[in-house]
Design a protein around this ligand. Structure first.
Ligand SMILES: NC(=O)c1ccc[n+]([C@@H]2O[C@H](COP(=O)([O-])OP(=O)(O)OC[C@H]3O[C@@H](n4cnc5c(N)ncnc54)[C@H](O)[C@@H]3O)[C@@H](O)[C@H]2O)c1
Length: 262
């Protein structure tokens, strides 16, 4: 028996490495999963690998029609929806120099898309007696990072409004929480380093108490926990899956750098 037998999950941004780990984890626990992403190639490949329990539905979270169509297809295929994972994102960000057009594009994908998805999915979840929404925030929503503005703004807003949504959807028995990953081994890191995990871990080491980047599977475990019945008394909060990044002040970093130099 899987922990999510009979449950249906929609995961936006699921075609990426991190998203795929979440899809695999839910499918392994018996869930039916709809991957909602604009990346058709990677999404379809994983859906084909995992069989009938996983469907890829090309979905653009900046389009209301596209979100509606995704929800309709999920209900037609699997009978309803119990969990929504809002992961779709863009790193489009030119820091203080970001144009208005890029600001609006970034906020539309990183922030507004997920919230419109939540708004539209709520009545569908209510028909099943409730549900669980997990928003992807980030360490970027908690601390300042070089060169970032739009991404940080979106992630900080997600941390704030997760509580608001939890209050407003509580009458429908829908819990809303977020996860805030630290540096996680992901598609963008794989690309930037030519698939060199060791190099990435070396750069991440001073910022994370565990001296490495997180694994996508470690983020997936927190997401599954928040969607599970074990988290039935948890709503409106954030789980930091950041290897101690946000707990560690500058002095901890000095120690870590000294250790690296040994
Ligand atoms: N990678 C990290 O270190 C890290 C750290 C903290 C938080 N996060 C968060 O985790 C999530 C995944 O991160 P990632 O690094 O894998 O990101 P990524 O950029 O590799 O993947 C984002 C996914 O969103 C999809 N997407 C983009 N625009 C879309 C749209 N309009 N509609 C639907 N899908 C769209 C992309 O196709 C892609 O599959 C994001 O929410 C990110 O903010 C990542």
């Amino acid at each position: 028996m899987g922990e999510f037998d009979g449950k249906v999950v929609i995961a936006t941004g699921a075609s990426t490495l991190l998203g795929q780990a979440i899809v695999r984890a839910f499918a392994a626990e018996g869930a039916k999963v709809v991957m909602a992403d604009i990346d058709v190639e990677n999404g379809q490949a994983l859906a084909a690998e995992l069989g009938d329990a996983v469907a890829f539905v090309e979905t653009d979270v900046t389009s209301d029609d596209s979100i509606d169509s995704c929800i309709t297809q999920a209900v037609e295929r699997f009978g309803g929806v119990d969990c929504l994972i809002n992961m779709a994102s863009t790193y489009l960000d030119n820091g203080i120099g970001t144009s208005r057009e890029d600001w609006l594009t970034s906020l539309n994908i990183n922030l507004v898309g997920g919230q419109i998805f939540s708004q539209k999915i709520a009545p569908v979840m209510e028909k099943r007696g409730g549900g669980s929404i997990v928003n992807f925030a980030s360490i970027a929503g908690k601390v300042s990072q070089p060169g970032r503005m739009t991404y940080s703004a979106a992630k900080a807003a997600i941390l704030r409004i997760t509580g608001n949504a939890a209050m407003q959807l509580n009458p429908q028995n829908i819990r809303v929480n977020s996860v805030s990953p630290g540096w996680t081994w992901s598609s963008i890191m794989k690309m930037a380093t030519g698939d060199d995990r060791k190099k990435t871990d070396g750069v991440a080491a001073p910022f994370h108490m565990f001296g490495r980047t997180g694994n996508p599977e470690e983020v997936a475990e927190a997401v599954l926990f928040l969607c599970s019945d074990k988290a039935r008394f948890i709503t409106g909060t954030d789980i930091a899956v950041d290897g101690g990044y946000t707990a560690m002040g500058p002095e901890g970093m000095v120690d870590a750098v000294a250790k690296l130099m040994e």
